[in-house]
Design a protein around this ligand. Structure first.
Ligand code: SF4
Length: 359
């Protein structure tokens, strides 16, 4: 089976996680910030879905919403988060505690936020084994050593008795992944897990995640601002901008044929993208705006080189921009591009329905 066939086989059947029209807002004295504003996407078993965008685009709030870890003044206001057929938004706090670190585990950018400096790495893995799998004593120690070996930590028998400060940055992130795996999760949410690591260690951690995914049929949601990392790890990609998903596609298609001007800008700003020596690397001028009002226009318009009058008054809806299978969608008034712009804009005014459903 080719890689492409394997990837499409993974996306058949019921998704492991289905986020539907999720909106999470933060209420401050001055304004309501719609940090995540009506996003929808699926993750299937054995699949890695990348969420990419600049700081402030809503990636981490998406992850925290799925884990129900949004703190005040934040609030999940709308949508459904279907996991294994049940809505996580209907779960009690107790049920969520058991799901978190159980069937859904999270790996953060800074391993020190997950590791307690006063306990040995082994004890922390054993605590996860006790809580989520009921293991204790020598069985838990044996399993902790096996997990450290599984994530590529050499001399695991000795290392299991060491403290986090005795581990290097890359080894700590491996230990955090071992802790996440201790709960035998089905879904791993990785929030910039390699950003703090140098490139060689980063490549090793990405490789490790791929191996573990294959062995355990894990669904992985991988958050990053780095398109290079996305190219390495993701099967499908959701590009986020100011709380919305502006483009969604299989990874190869996204890189070969980006449709949204924001995605095109992100790709043009990667070093080594076929630029001649004397050509300057492109940048997207300006910052991501704070989404603090209803989406009645294109939030990317102030930075978009292709913006036109209607971009300030019509909200772009996701429309089909690929081969008609619905796997490649973009939210931009320039599409569908087989229509004259005026008619394409009308499609968005009517909710983007011409291209099929709104997912
Ligand atoms: S809708 Fe307009 S402003 Fe927004 S990305 Fe498309 S062309 Fe640019």
């Amino acid at each position: 089976m080719s890689t492409e066939q394997a990837r499409s086989a993974r996306t058949e059947g019921e998704p492991l996680l289905s986020v539907e029209n999720l909106r999470t807002s933060f209420y401050t004295d001055k304004e309501v910030i719609r940090a995540v504003d009506g996003i929808s996407f699926d993750i299937f078993r054995g699949e890695t879905v990348g969420i990419v965008g600049e700081s402030g685009s809503g990636k981490s709030v998406t992850a925290r919403s799925i884990m129900r870890l949004v703190e005040k003044p934040g609030r999940i206001e709308n949508g459904r988060i279907m996991y294994d057929g049940e809505d996580l938004l209907d779960k009690s706090a107790k049920q969520m505690r058991s799901i978190r670190g159980g069937s859904i585990a999270m790996v953060f950018q800074d391993p020190l936020t997950s590791l307690n400096p006063v306990y040995t790495v082994g004890n922390q893995i054993k605590e996860a084994l006790r809580l989520h799998r009921g293991l204790s004593g020598s069985k838990a120690t044996k399993e902790a050593i096996e997990l450290l070996e599984a994530v590529g930590i050499p001399d695991a028998h000795r290392r299991v008795r060491e403290y986090p400060h005795q581990f290097s940055g890359g080894m700590r992130q491996r230990a955090v992944i071992a802790m996440a795996l201790a709960c035998d999760p089905e879904l791993l949410i990785c929030d910039e897990p390699t950003t703090a690591l140098d490139v060689t260690i980063q490549a090793q951690i990405l490789e490790l995640l791929e191996e573990l995914q294959e062995e355990r049929d894990l669904g992985i949601m991988f958050i990053t601002h780095d398109m290079g990392v996305i190219a390495e790890i993701a099967d499908r990609v959701n590009v986020m901008y100011a709380g919305e998903i502006v483009e969604s596609a299989p990874v190869v298609e996204l890189f070969e044929s980006p449709k949204h001007p924001y995605t095109q800008g992100l790709l043009n700003s990667i070093p080594g993208q076929g630029l001649d020596e004397d050509e300057r690397l492109a940048t997207i001028e300006g910052d991501v705006p704070t989404p603090n009002e209803d989406p009645t226009y294109c939030r990317f318009a102030p930075r978009c080189p292709k913006a036109f009058t209607e971009c300030d008054t019509v909200h772009p809806e996701p429309v089909e921009v690929g081969d008609g299978t619905g796997r490649h969608r973009a939210s931009c008034l320039l599409y569908p591009d087989d229509l004259p712009t005026e008619e394409a804009v009308a499609v968005h005014r009517e909710g983007g329905q011409r291209g099929g459903d709104t997912r």
